[in-house]
Design a protein around this ligand. Structure first.
Ligand SMILES: C[S@@+](CC[C@H](N)C(=O)[O-])C[C@H]1O[C@@H](n2cnc3c(N)ncnc32)[C@H](O)[C@@H]1O
Length: 234
């Protein structure tokens, strides 16, 4: 399964309806990004922000894993919940659009970006007290590939969908929990989307790799199975 197709901005602008999309933040400012860098964050961001605010804490340094267009992180930054935000995704267009938007919003000094599939390459002096993520939440999905082929979709288009929804054998999650400890500030909060049935499995990974302690979950408005799960470091 090829999970990282090389997409070309000009190709997608001419080939697909959508092209560059505008996402308007709660403060009225806009993000501009290829539409295929989104993956649910526009719909989930209010639930994320409400859950984060329920801790009653303010944060210094935030990080959005699997950032895509970075809408959750930009809401955190522009609502003043954290002073800085770091973004990472293995999809270069995603991270580059975050950095472009930071530049346009004159927040470049507060925004960091890493194009990588592993946290092991992020410098260990990067420490965070708030971490959020809406990662691919399924370990395998051959049905989507079969349906895409039947519907006549190109392989590139099928790969594009897989990149957003599939984490093969939980490799990305395992890598995340294996390396996150070195980046945690004391009393850090982690909020991740997880399908309800997988919360125990993901919590096992958290326990194996880190000092993170599971705190509970909240529903996502309009989605029956996907939840936002919360961990806190010691
Ligand atoms: C569900 S989308 C979320 C996009 C955006 N954060 C949102 O909420 O709309 C998942 C994102 O994870 C990225 N991703 C998938 N596998 C990854 C990996 N192994 N390492 C880093 N990023 C990955 C994809 O490129 C995609 O941008």
């Amino acid at each position: 399964m090829k999970l990282y197709p090389t997409h070309n901005l000009e190709y997608y602008n001419t080939q697909f309806v959508g092209g560059i999309q505008e996402t308007i933040l709660s403060n009225g400012q806009s993000l501009y990004h290829p539409w295929w860098t989104t993956g649910g964050g526009n719909e989930y961001r209010t639930d994320f922000i409400d859950y984060i605010r329920s801790t009653g804490k303010s944060y210094q340094h935030a990080y959005e894993w699997c950032c895509g267009h970075g809408v959750i992180g930009f809401e955190i930054l522009t609502q003043g919940i954290s002073q800085t935000i770091a973004f990472s995704d293995y999809y270069d267009l995603a991270v580059n659009s975050c950095l472009d938007n930071a530049n346009r919003l004159e927040r470049s000094n507060d925004v960091f970006g890493y194009i990588t599939e592993t946290l092991s390459v992020i410098p260990e002096n990067q420490k965070w007290d708030l971490i959020v993520g809406n990662p691919p939440n399924n370990p395998a999905d051959d049905i989507r590939t079969e349906e895409g082929i039947k519907a006549g979709h190109s392989q590139d288009m099928i790969d594009l969908g897989l990149r957003i929804v599939i984490d093969p054998d939980w490799q990305a999650h395992r890598d995340f929990f294996h390396h996150i400890e070195n980046h945690l500030l004391p009393n850090a909060d982690l909020f991740l989307t997880v399908h309800q049935n997988y919360i125990p499995l993901i919590d096992e990974m958290a326990k194996e790799g880190s000092s993170l302690v599971y705190q509970g979950f909240r529903d996502i408005t309009g989605d029956l199975s996907l939840k936002i799960a919360h961990w806190r470091s010691l």
